[in-house]
Design a protein around this ligand. Structure first.
Ligand code: LHQ
Length: 268
């Protein structure tokens, strides 16, 4: 296990080829300030580049996952008479972070230890897989404070649960409890609070120690297919499978299958 206390705002730990990023502003339910969002983007970039890392978990310290943008920061701006430029902040900080999660060719898993609201919900939706504690909930809280949706929520949410349910969540901002979220496919699995991290860590370690080249290609395939017609998606799959078919991992996978043993993948 490797621990690197890079910043108090974001705890970084690597264990069994899995990097665990813990948002660490528990007093404000891990709300994002500029430093936290920048730090998160940087550590995601590190995990993407590190060949010793095969998967990433994002979670929160304390009782919440993330309550979205820090509203105290915004209130202070209003009191100083400043005009908020949310668009610029989103483009400069949130967009690179969301794109990094979606495009890095490694599984990124949200471990929802509690509420995920606003941009915190957007962060959870951007992850490949969501695991939740029984006490967790997801809320597109934006409209409740007079904002439209951001952080990729308008793109991800309808694709995950369909347009009608997504718009209901966006219009009302009502929290969706973990059990309901699991029922509608918004989270993958729900666990008792004390089992969330051990289960998520085991799951991530299994992926991180598997055929990671193939997992990266799968993520690229699925991302690309979201904006392709079937004909083009079939072509892209063929191209990607050509790449996978030439890998050492494929050779090892076939050999292990024939020899009736566990494969030893190297991610190449
Ligand atoms: C907070 C926050 C918070 C600061 C709880 N900020 N302190 C906009 C701009 C630009 C770019 C990116 O995206 C966005 C979109 C957004 O994300 S806008 C923000 C959307 N989020 C929200 O509207 C959620 C606001 N929070 C809540 O509604 C509640 O706190 C929830 C439902 C999350 C939890 O409720 P409770 O369990 O009852 O906890 P609480 O409200 O008592 O909060 C605990 C503390 O955390 C409290 O501080 P205090 O000093 O009183 O103990 C809150 O003020 C603080 N906190 N969210 N976003």
């Amino acid at each position: 296990m490797v621990s690197r206390p890079v910043s108090d705002l974001l705890l970084v730990e690597t264990d069994r080829r899995v990097t665990i990023l813990t948002l660490n502003r528990p007093d404000v339910l891990n709300a994002f300030n500029n430093e936290l969002i920048t730090e998160l983007a940087l550590r995601l970039r590190d995990a993407e580049r590190d060949v010793e890392v095969g998967a990433v978990i994002i979670t929160g310290a304390g009782r919440a996952f993330c309550a979205g943008q820090d509203l105290q920061d915004r209130r202070a701006m209003f009191e100083r008479g400043e005009t908020p430029h949310l668009g610029a902040g989103l483009r400069e900080r949130y967009k690179p972070m969301i794109l990094r999660i979606r495009t890095m060719e490694k599984p990124v898993i949200a471990a929802l230890n509690g509420v995920a609201a606003g941009a915190g919900c957007g962060l959870a939706l951007a992850c490949d897989i969501r695991m939740a504690a029984e006490s967790a909930s997801l809320s597109l809280a934006f409209a409740r404070v007079g904002l439209a949706a951001d952080s990729g929520a308008s793109y991800m949410l309808p694709r995950l649960i369909g347009l009608g349910r997504a718009l209901e969540m966006a219009y009302t901002g009502d929290p969706v409890p973990a059990a309901e979220a699991e029922r509608i496919g918004l989270v993958n699995h729900v666990y008792p609070a004390d089992e969330l991290m051990p289960r998520t860590r085991d799951f991530a370690a299994r992926l991180a120690n598997g055929a990671t080249l193939a997992l990266g290609l799968i993520k690229r395939d699925f991302n690309r297919a979201l904006s392709l017609d079937l004909d083009a998606a079939l072509d892209y799959e063929s191209y990607q499978q050509e790449v996978a078919g030439r890998s050492d991992d494929f050779r090892e996978g076939v050999t292990a299958f024939v020899e009736k043993r566990q494969p030893k993948y190297r991610g190449s």
